[in-house]
Design a binder for this molecule. Structure first.
Ligand SMILES: [Zn+2]
Length: 508
């Protein structure tokens, strides 16, 4: 800065004033010119084919039957590894056959199997592109630290207890995702019992091995097996109804319409081995540290996917006030909300490509310099970033360090389904279940499910477990004391049944 002109103090003040004036102008400009996210036309529920089914079904009885079946299903040991999903497939086959629905199993060997059951259409009146709807679940569940679960309510107990004026069932898979599998099965039965004419097939798909290496879905999408499935649309896990998610007192159902891609990688460093007492230049651990610092400093530019703008607008319309005004307007969301989304791991994950260190290895004893060491990264990519582009970008970061390279362990491209679709809109309407303080909208999930594979097969896949839970209850998935209430089982089965009724009813 040139000497002898103005002192630092007035310059500082001027800068601050200028900054304030600029933000005032930007905010004013955004307020006057920015458009709101287009509104999804509210549905007149009375005109829907589902209105008669909603009024004429004994949901209490439907919920009780589904809840009892869930308790029994949770007692079937399908912990993965090793899986043993044939046990779960046999259990579901038994429930289906008791209601006159045949099923078939795809044998994956080692007592592992996936199940397909079809409720065929009753009229030939499907609209173009509106083919069979798959109800997808996975039979396997993750492992548990049983000692951390409540006494007598362990991961394989299916124990039913009275809590908060309701009954609650405990077991691994209550939320992820045997609960959903049972709700889907009972929605299929309730659809059949309703007598509503069906212009589309409904296919129950219970898959093996979602939690480890996706044996089930990878087999289903092969030409050999896909001929038996042939869905154009799927409902699967993904989001969930979260109480107090963004606004106090409001429940938000985020329905997954896309999933981030994966680039699981290792950075491998090689150098001369030797004695730890006399440092050798260019040794592998030193090079790895340099590479890791570069990866650690890498940052994406946050972006908001159109799905998230739409979800925030739904939240804002219900919340109202100044907060609601902002959330309905993408330009204001960019200006005032985007930075705040970077503060929480979950919202940061859905607005960025991310590079996360998940471990390193290669050490021997402290006095030995190893010739090879590596660090492992979980890299996730939003739709729009390809695995190839990201691999090139990360490789370029370390290209000048000799003996260091990036090795890809697994790559999956991100994908998304168009959610401007009648099935999505039905699901969005029915998960709300007529509750004034509940909203639903689309989102891109931070992680992936079997839906990422179904989308490669051209399926429009939407993911939500249609139950309303607290953040604490949601954290029991893959955690301790996983459970689901009878009321939620009833609510979820009703949401899925009514979604199906509206989706399969012949066009009027
Ligand atoms: Zn799951």
């Amino acid at each position: 800065m040139p000497q002898g002109r103005e002192g630092p103090r007035p310059v500082k003040l001027r800068r601050r004033h200028l900054a304030r004036a600029v933000s005032a102008v930007v905010v004013a400009g955004a307020l006057t010119t920015c458009a709101t996210t287009p509104r999804v036309e509210p549905v007149d529920a009375a005109t829907l084919p589902s209105s008669a089914v909603r009024a004429g079904t004994d949901w209490r009885a439907v919920g009780d039957a589904a809840f009892a079946d869930l308790a029994a299903y949770l007692r079937v040991d399908t912990v993965n590894p090793p899986g043993n999903e044939k046990r779960g497939a046999d259990f579901l086959a038994g429930l289906l056959s008791a209601h006159g629905i045949a099923s078939e199993q795809i044998d994956h060997g080692d007592n592992r199997a996936s199940l397909i059951a079809r409720l065929p259409r009753t009229v030939d009146a499907a609209a173009p592109g509106q083919g069979p709807i798959c109800l997808v679940s996975h039979i396997d569940v993750v492992t548990s630290e049983e000692a951390r679960w409540p006494e007598g309510r362990g991961p394989l107990s299916g124990a039913v207890v009275d809590e908060d004026g309701d009954r609650v069932v405990y077991g691994r898979g209550a939320l992820d995702m045997k609960g959903m599998g049972i709700m889907e099965l009972h929605a299929m039965l309730a659809l059949q019992a309703s007598g509503v004419p069906r212009a589309r097939d409904v296919v129950l798909l219970a898959l093996a091995d979602e939690e480890v290496s996706s044996i089930g879905v990878n087999a289903i999408v092969t030409d050999e097996h896909w001929a038996k499935v042939g869905c154009t649309h799927a409902i699967n896990e993904g989001g969930i109804g979260l109480k107090d998610a963004i606004v106090e007192g409001q429940t938000v159902f985020a329905i997954s319409v896309g999933e981030r891609g994966v680039l699981w990688s290792r950075v491998i460093a090689e150098g001369p081995p030797g004695h730890g007492s006399t440092p050798i230049p260019g040794r592998a651990p030193e090079k790895l540290l340099l590479a890791m610092k570069r990866f650690d400093a890498w940052r994406d530019t946050p972006t908001i996917h159109p799905a998230l703008y739409e979800l925030l607008a739904e939240v804002g319309r219900e919340a109202g006030g100044a907060q609601g005004f902002v959330m309905e307007r993408p330009a204001l969301v960019d200006l005032l909300v985007k930075d705040r989304l970077q503060l929480k791991p979950t919202t940061k994950a859905i607005t960025n490509d991310t590079v996360h260190l998940t471990g390193f290895a290669g050490a021997h004893s402290p006095n030995v310099v190893p010739s090879t060491v590596w660090a492992q990264y979980d890299v996730r990519l939003l739709p729009g970033t390809t695995t190839t582009a990201m691999q090139q970008e990360l490789s370029a970061l370390i290209a000048d360090i000799p003996g260091v390279r990036l090795e890809v362990i697994e790559a999956k491209e991100a994908n998304e389904s168009d959610w401007h679709d009648p099935l999505f809109r039905s699901l969005q309407h029915h998960v709300v279940d007529g509750d004034a303080r509940t909203v639903a909208g689309p989102i891109i999930s931070p992680g992936f499910t079997d839906s990422i594979v179904l989308r490669w097969r051209g399926v429009r896949a939407y993911g939500v477990v249609p139950v309303a839970v607290s953040a604490g209850e949601s954290a029991t998935m893959h955690g301790d004391a996983e459970r689901l209430s009878r009321r939620n089982v009833e609510r979820g089965t009703r949401a899925l049944t009514l979604t199906l009724v509206d989706a399969v009813a012949p066009a009027r």
